[in-house]
Design a protein around this ligand. Structure first.
Ligand SMILES: Cc1ncc(COP(=O)(O)O)c(C=O)c1O
Length: 404
């Protein structure tokens, strides 16, 4: 027996390992993977970008770079984020190795073992796992179709004896719930946090992936809001808008938080891959991103529609869900007495996988939901997969009725 450190005892780390395996398992119809489909990646554009790089930049690809990020990429990101009205002049950008690293750095910067972090329930499992690794005590607040439950938040805050260090939220096309916070809910959240000294960690991994251009204004980050006394750290990622293999993310934060974050990153990995940063910078600065995003938006919209229509066609009437306006996920609601883990085990035997609700509960209990991702699978498989799931859920409903 090894004398492992306490930080390896993350309950959700095992869930993530299983999830990654099932997302890419061959011969399975997988609604599990929260990643793009391989066929959508911009391989031709990247090929051309690399071929056309001057030799000195090609050489730089293989070199270490500044810990804070490849300066031309930082400049391109400033422009990109300014377009979202984010306060890039008063804040600094730190390029990170995926936005998971940004979340990890912020946690390391602020959280000691036993400190409280507030999260949504459900919550992105990757973030839960990081918070567990640092020994945080997670207190979760429910969300509904419009965002965080403000009443529950106020009640929790009124009972807490210690000040939470962070509040981690994903307001745009939530993973796993697929929802987007209304502006009213965003403002109510900022109002509650104003003057509380709780740092808001705003994760915007999916904000660019709205299905309808008329919804572009709905994704406005809370970090753009003025007149609230709240420190907001904003994180973003290239994973869903170019590809997760780049392992590129970033944070936008005040200079003081940035300085400490830089020291933490220096110790973690010195710098993010120059190779990937140079490619991503060319992709942004040469104007490839916008047309590519338009392509992605219509692809994901089509996939969402195929899945949604098949759910309407095949699922028993007791099953409900919200149709998302963007992102990768549909979050199915089962009747209370049916567990998604049971459904999962039966579906797995028939070659269909998804992610159980329990996975996204920071307390690993609530299991009356399941996450279907429409981003990663072949369009032709969607109906077949839904029929299998619907049959198994219907059998389970009949069985549970017979027991009553
Ligand atoms: C909400 C959310 N944040 C962050 C990430 C991680 O992104 P990255 O690949 O940039 O580390 C994901 C990936 O699934 C996500 O769903």
């Amino acid at each position: 027996m090894y004398d492992f450190s306490r930080s390896v005892n993350s309950m959700h780390a095992e869930d993530i390992k299983t999830l990654m395996k099932q997302s890419s398992g061959t011969g399975l119809i997988s609604f599990a993977g929260g990643m793009p489909n391989n066929d959508l990646f911009p391989i031709r554009q990247m090929d051309q970008i690399f071929r056309e790089l001057p030799d000195d930049l090609k050489k730089l690809c293989f070199q270490y770079g500044p810990t804070t990020g490849y300066p031309p990429l930082v400049a391109s990101l400033q422009k990109f984020l300014k377009n979202k009205d984010l306060p890039v002049d008063r804040n600094k950008i730190l390029v990170t190795t995926g936005s998971l690293q940004a979340i990890s750095i912020i946690t390391q910067e602020f959280v000691n073992e036993g400190d409280v972090i507030l999260t949504e329930n459900p919550c992105f499992v990757g973030a839960i796992s990081i918070f567990e690794t640092y020994g945080a005590k997670i207190i979760s607040i429910p969300i509904d179709k419009n965002g965080i439950d403000i009443k529950a938040l106020k009640e929790t805050l009124s009972h807490l004896k210690v000040k939470p260090k962070l509040f981690y939220v994903t307001p745009n096309f939530h993973n796993p719930a697929g929802i987007i916070y209304t502006e009213e809910r965003r403002r109510a959240l900022m109002e509650v946090l104003s003057g509380s000294d709780i740092i808001l960690l705003e994760d915007d991994a999916y904000g660019d992936l709205y299905f309808d251009d008329r919804d572009a204004s709905l994704v406005r980050p809370m970090k753009t809001y003025k007149n609230y006394d709240v420190e907001v750290i904003y994180t973003g990622s290239f994973s869903k808008i170019i590809g997760p293999g780049l392992r590129l993310g970033y944070m936008l934060t005040s200079p003081e938080i940035f300085d400490k974050a830089e020291s933490i990153k220096q110790a973690l990995d010195a710098c993010t891959s120059n190779f990937m940063q140079i490619l991503a910078n060319q992709f942004l600065s040469e104007g490839y991103l916008e047309p590519y995003l338009s392509f992605l938006r219509s692809e994901y919209k089509e996939r969402k529609e195929i899945l949604n229509n098949n759910l309407i066609k095949h699922m028993p009437s007791q099953i409900s869900w919200n149709e998302p306006k963007g992102g990768f996920y549909i979050w199915l609601k089962l009747p209370q007495h049916i567990s998604s883990t049971e459904i999962f085990e039966k579906c797995l035997q028939k070659g269909v996988v998804f992610v159980t609700g329990r996975t996204f509960d920071p307390h690993n209990v609530k299991d009356d939901r399941l996450r279907l991702s429409f981003s990663n699978m072949a369009k032709e498989d969607i109906e077949k997969g839904v029929i299998t799931m619907a049959e198994i859920i219907a059998q389970q409903l009949t069985r549970s009725k017979a027991k009553v």
